[in-house]
Write a protein that binds this ligand. Sequence first.
Ligand SMILES: CC(C)(COP(=O)(O)OP(=O)(O)OC[C@H]1O[C@@H](n2cnc3c(N)ncnc32)[C@H](O)[C@@H]1OP(=O)(O)O)[C@@H](O)C(=O)NCCC(=O)NCCS
Length: 193
Amino acid sequence: MIRKAMINDIENIWKLHEDFRLDVSMVNDNDYLAKSQGNGFIVSDSTKEEIKKRIEGSLLFNVWEEDGKIVGLIDVNKEIYFPEEADNIIWLDKDLKSEYFHGNEGITLHYVAVDENYRGKGIATSLYKNSLETLKGKGYKHLFSIVTIAPVTNCPSIIWHTKMDFKRACVTMPIDLFGLKDYMSLLFYRPIL
Ligand SMILES: CC(C)(COP(=O)(O)OP(=O)(O)OC[C@H]1O[C@@H](n2cnc3c(N)ncnc32)[C@H](O)[C@@H]1OP(=O)(O)O)[C@@H](O)C(=O)NCCC(=O)NCCS
């Protein structure tokens, strides 16, 4: 069942968040690297307080509940992740660059994540499709989403975004970020139809 996240879900949501979070101190361990690239992860330095603020403040923060337990979440918000004039970002589509920085009809999928024991059942897809309907209803036309590609590549996320009809909008060149050396990301895009 999909429902809106509530503030008293915080402990459950925080636990999921910690389960998905990449341990940046482990990225030189090949076993850890292989596991993370296969399972997916989020790169985040958010505190519990910041997640609470996201639950209350994001444009959309929904959870998937099964047998009274939260096993998936999706967070969509108006966010810009990079400076417009950064010279280490390669835009593949200049119109999308303009839309990303200046458009009023664009929005960002901050993250979608599902408990490891519940993957492969279409939960992320359901959360996402349900969100698209809400976003469409609110007048949004463009959806962006950022995926880490180095020094650890989020393989399931790249495949999942491709399956959900996203295409590549820009790629960021190596920069030290989130405690990671040579962090790189892909910004995905799809129209909200
Ligand atoms: C990516 C993630 C959200 C997918 O959740 P899910 O509920 O298992 O995904 P779905 O069941 O809706 O999958 C839909 C499609 O995505 C693709 N996909 C999902 N997980 C995949 C994986 N591990 N490997 C390859 N393809 C995958 C498949 O094409 C799948 O379709 P199929 O089942 O018909 O083959 C999940 O792996 C996850 O939570 N990872 C950790 C957090 C993360 O990386 N989030 C994305 C960053 S924002």
